[in-house]
Ligand binder design. Structure first.
Ligand SMILES: C[S@@+](CC[C@H](N)C(=O)[O-])C[C@H]1O[C@@H](n2cnc3c(N)ncnc32)[C@H](O)[C@@H]1O
Length: 259
């Protein structure tokens, strides 16, 4: 890939696997307790190259993957963790050129994954009721893509009001009471459409599944959680790592029956 350009995000990883995310700018300095590194040395350098700070520490410069970016970016609302993004895309069946409604935008982390999945010929209408959260989401999307991509439409308001207008083929809800959107989803989304709800607690999951069943228009309802365990692979020490992200949320999916 091309060399680093001014204005793009860059991930620096030190010898102890500490990670730093910066936006490259001419004349700027990256400084830590391990010394400083002028951005001008990174701009124009090859991705994957190693750089020495003023104190002799070595840092590897990489373009952040979506997971690096999400874990390091500025957050307002709690973000969807990278371990759940893959399952949301796969079980929610989010694919190229599709129209998706998402709520709430929150910090915009999931918006990035959805926008990448639908691509420039798709559409992600991301709805957020809080202006301060929408501001964070806007910054997140612009920082990741370098500008607001054409497929992302950020709306301020209540998701229930947007579903009927957009009539999406995919709906992704990361908000505390997803069931408030079920009636309008059932009335306006096409047969076969996939709904994904991401909720943090057991009572919320129970209520989501129960109300989806009693709505009478959903089929193929499933509830699950995704656990990812990292492993330490170092010489003869090959074992699960001592820490893991234990719990984030449950995923509930359902599909729309024809009217
Ligand atoms: C957990 S956050 C979403 C985080 C987001 N998925 C991310 O990855 O950054 C939930 C958001 O939903 C918003 N919200 C709650 N109910 C809503 C509704 N009915 N319509 C629109 N936004 C709503 C909240 O203000 C909050 O910002």
């Amino acid at each position: 890939m091309a060399e680093f350009r001014a204005g793009e995000p860059c991930l620096l990883i030190d010898e102890r696997d500490r990670r730093f995310l910066l936006d490259l700018g001419p004349g700027r300095d990256f400084s830590t307790h391990q010394g400083s590194l002028p951005h001008d040395r990174l701009i124009g350098s090859e991705e994957g190259s190693s750089h020495e700070t003023s104190s002799g520490a070595r840092l590897v410069a990489l373009r952040p993957r979506l997971e690096d970016f999400v874990l390091k970016m500025k957050r307002g609302a709690q973000v969807v963790y990278p371990k759940d993004m893959g399952p949301i895309l796969v079980h929610g069946d989010i694919r190229s050129a599709m129209t998706v409604v998402e709520a709430g935008s929150g910090s915009g982390a999931l918006t990035l994954a959805l926008a990448e999945a639908v691509g420039p010929t798709g559409r992600v209408v991301s709805v957020e009721r809080r202006e301060d959260h929408q501001k964070v989401a806007r910054k997140t999307v612009e920082r990741w893509f370098g500008e607001m991509p054409t497929q992302v439409d950020l709306r301020l308001g209540e998701v229930e009001d947007v579903i009927g207008e957009v009539r999406p083929e995919r709906l992704v809800l990361d908000l505390p009471e997803p069931w408030h959107a079920f009636a309008v989803a059932a009335e306006t989304m096409p047969g076969g459409a996939v709904l994904t709800a991401y909720v943090p607690t057991v009572p919320q999951m129970e209520q989501t599944v129960g109300l989806m069943r009693s709505a009478g228009r959903f089929t193929d309802i499933a509830a699950r959680e995704a656990l990812t365990r990292e492993w330490n692979v170092d010489g003869r020490s090959v074992r699960p790592s001592h820490q893991m992200v234990g719990h984030t949320g449950f995923l509930v999916n359902g599909r729309l029956l024809a009217q």
